[in-house]
Write a protein that binds this ligand. Structure first.
Ligand code: ZN
Length: 125
């Protein structure tokens, strides 16, 4: 995650804010709620990094719906988190449910996680 932040040249700011976090494209900053638990902060930062990575490569003429942007940001967060999980878990021991539990992610991400794992071939050696 650190390399990614550096690669995108993003600044992370912790502040007392209403929501969990947001990305400010104009100044390339991610603002994360300082009251959140560390594991949630990480999840929020990854989600916002998804927006940041997408925004940078985004064709300005294409207007994405908010829903699509959110799903892409979540997909990015899940992909990075699965990769991290697989640094300590063998691919054959991978379980979507255990993965979500370990990272405190909602079970509503089960379908998206399975989709990403298969599409990106994350369990391939
Ligand atoms: Zn979002």
């Amino acid at each position: 995650m650190k390399e990614l932040i550096e690669e995108l040249g993003i600044k992370i700011i912790e502040e007392k804010i209403k929501g969990k976090g947001y990305y400010l494209p104009d100044i390339n900053c991610i603002v994360v709620n300082s009251d959140l638990k560390d594991e949630i902060k990480k999840e929020v930062i990854l989600h916002e990094l998804g927006h940041a990575a997408k925004t940078r490569n985004l064709d300005k003429k294409v207007i994405h719906s908010v829903g699509q942007a959110e799903e892409q940001a979540n997909a990015f967060m899940i992909e990075e988190t699965v990769k991290e999980y697989l640094t300590e878990t063998e691919p054959e021991d991978f379980s979507t449910v255990r993965f979500l539990e370990q990272f405190g992610l909602p079970t509503s991400f089960e379908w998206l996680t399975k989709k990403i794992v298969s599409e990106k071939g994350l369990l391939r050696r």
